[in-house]
Design a protein around this ligand. Structure first.
Ligand code: PGA
Length: 252
């Protein structure tokens, strides 16, 4: 059984000061939520402050993106090597990156491999759009994203996959636990087994898209959902910790 994880994707929110305060709030309450890995993913500029704010606690830190090259003439970009000294995780292929910044399965794959080489643990995001779901293509789209995004990846002990249906992100319209389970225990697990055999079953799978303290437990009760990738509800320490507590209870 893969480990339980709750990760907070702060997106382009918080300042240096509010990020440190939010992280300190999560760190202060983390001791009361055992049995689940807690990861905070602030904007790049706040990674060091968040790392410092959670030091001495069991809270871990992640970035929200990175470039696949190690260094060079890529103005405005940040490499895996730069992140490796600041955080343990990196979110890759988030649907906002795919939709707004032109990321493709191929670029996500380059990033995943670069992250793993640098010792970062990638949280690889996949998910279909509303149009794709309505056309009956959700499972094929997601399976294709996993297969392409993880091509030539060999060591999966550090890998996490997040299923985030695009229509459920930031909309308040979460998928149902049954819809999420169908994709995660179906298309995603099938792709992971295809790529990695039985070892694929050990990859933690997170659901994301309008997760909150009220619905997190119902998602985590599903057999192939091991936690959540939380956007809006991760911007308040108490809400984030309540999501984590709900996951622990469901998995307990
Ligand atoms: P949301 O975002 O929880 O605000 O829907 C989730 C995400 O995009 O990771």
């Amino acid at each position: 059984m893969p480990r339980s994880i709750v990760a907070g994707n702060w997106k382009m929110n918080t300042t240096l000061e509010t990020a440190a305060r939010l992280a300190a709030g999560v760190a202060a309450g983390a001791g009361s939520v055992g049995g689940v890995e807690l990861i905070l993913c602030p904007p790049f500029v706040s990674l060091a402050a968040v790392r410092d704010a959670v030091s001495g606690s069991r809270v871990e830190v992640g970035a929200q993106n990175m470039h696949h090259e190690g260094s060079g003439a890529f103005t405005g970009e940040v490499s895996a090597e730069m992140l490796a000294g600041l955080c343990q995780y990196v979110i890759l292929g988030h649907s906002e990156r795919r939709q707004l910044f032109g990321e493709t399965d191929e670029s996500v794959n380059l990033k995943v491999r670069a992250a793993l080489l640098a010792g970062l643990r990638p949280i690889v995001c996949v998910g279909e759009t509303l149009e794709q779901r309505e056309a009956g293509d959700a499972a094929d789209v997601v399976e294709g994203q996993v297969l392409a995004g993880l091509t030539d990846v060999t060591d999966i002990s550090d890998l996490v996959v997040a299923y985030e249906p695009v229509w459920a992100i930031g909309t308040g319209r979460a998928a149902t636990p049954e819809i999420a389970q169908e994709i995660m225990g179906g298309a995603i697990l099938d792709a992971l087994r295809d790529l990695f055999g039985d070892a694929g079953e050990e990859v933690p799978l997170l659901y994301g898209g309008s997760v909150n303290a009220g619905n997190a437990g119902a998602f985590a009760e599903q057999a192939n959902i091991h936690g959540g990738l939380v956007g809006g509800a991760s911007l308040q320490a108490d809400q984030f910790l309540e999501v984590a507590a709900a996951v622990v209870e469901a998995k307990g």
